[in-house]
Design a protein around this ligand. Sequence first.
Ligand SMILES: Cc1cc2nc3c(=O)[nH]c(=O)nc-3n(C[C@H](O)[C@H](O)[C@H](O)COP(=O)(O)OP(=O)(O)OC[C@H]3O[C@@H](n4cnc5c(N)ncnc54)[C@H](O)[C@@H]3O)c2cc1C
Length: 235
Amino acid sequence: MHDVIVIGGGPAGSTAATLLTRKGFSVLLLERERFPRFQIGESLLPYNNDLFDRLGVSEQLRQGEFQPKYGATFVTGDGRVGYDFCFERTLPPEYHRSFQVKRAQFDDLLLRNAKATGVDVREETSVTAVSIDQQDRAAVQTANGERHEARFVIDASGHGAIVGSRIGDKSDVATLKKIAIFAHYTGVRRAKGREAGNTVIVVLRNAWFWLIPVGEDVMSVGLVVDRDHFVASGL
Ligand SMILES: Cc1cc2nc3c(=O)[nH]c(=O)nc-3n(C[C@H](O)[C@H](O)[C@H](O)COP(=O)(O)OP(=O)(O)OC[C@H]3O[C@@H](n4cnc5c(N)ncnc54)[C@H](O)[C@@H]3O)c2cc1C
């Protein structure tokens, strides 16, 4: 029996598992996919830097293939109004630089770090059921027929929200009914110099879209729109 079972090996799961293992708890992490795997959510913010120091991955991030990010650029849809936000204008020096990341590589780095710390990481292991009926222990069932027990379970399954959906506590945030459509493109024009790493946010009337440079020549482009507006558009 482990102290903690973590469901999901994304940034939340691998971070919780690493920090708990460092505190001396025995942690089993169950991840459905084999990493590296695609994930969206590629633009980091400077205050993550403290966490990367705690996890011990800051040097690997700096030396890896991740795009440094020094700020963000906001523009209106017609291109008329623009504003550059540079972290160095308002934040202390340790927060002047963040990163744009391909999540496949970034999440893999964090999961390998968890493994190196001593977390028992099992990939391609999908949790299918969670039982929290007993006072002193929780149990999980996996698709490959395993059953594991622990004193605590952390649900870090992201959108899967396995505990919330199986136990019935999951609810939507009414004001956040959005749809996102995204893809990676090459050959997209970008700014020069330090601003080449900026996230560009284009603000439209009922929607907004992002341009996030996630590599030398790869641009993540995504549109975020209210679900009702999207449905009404008939697309
Ligand atoms: C369109 C969009 C754009 C975004 N853009 C940004 C951004 O620019 N910057 C930013 O910081 N954030 C962004 N986010 C948010 C970001 O993606 C999430 O906050 C982040 O991925 C959450 O990490 P997590 O570890 O909680 O979950 P996830 O990254 O979703 O990881 C969950 C893991 O759990 C695993 N899993 C799921 N179910 C099971 C199961 N039953 N058994 C075992 N494993 C399971 C999955 O395979 C996955 O690896 C964006 C989100 C969306 C939807």
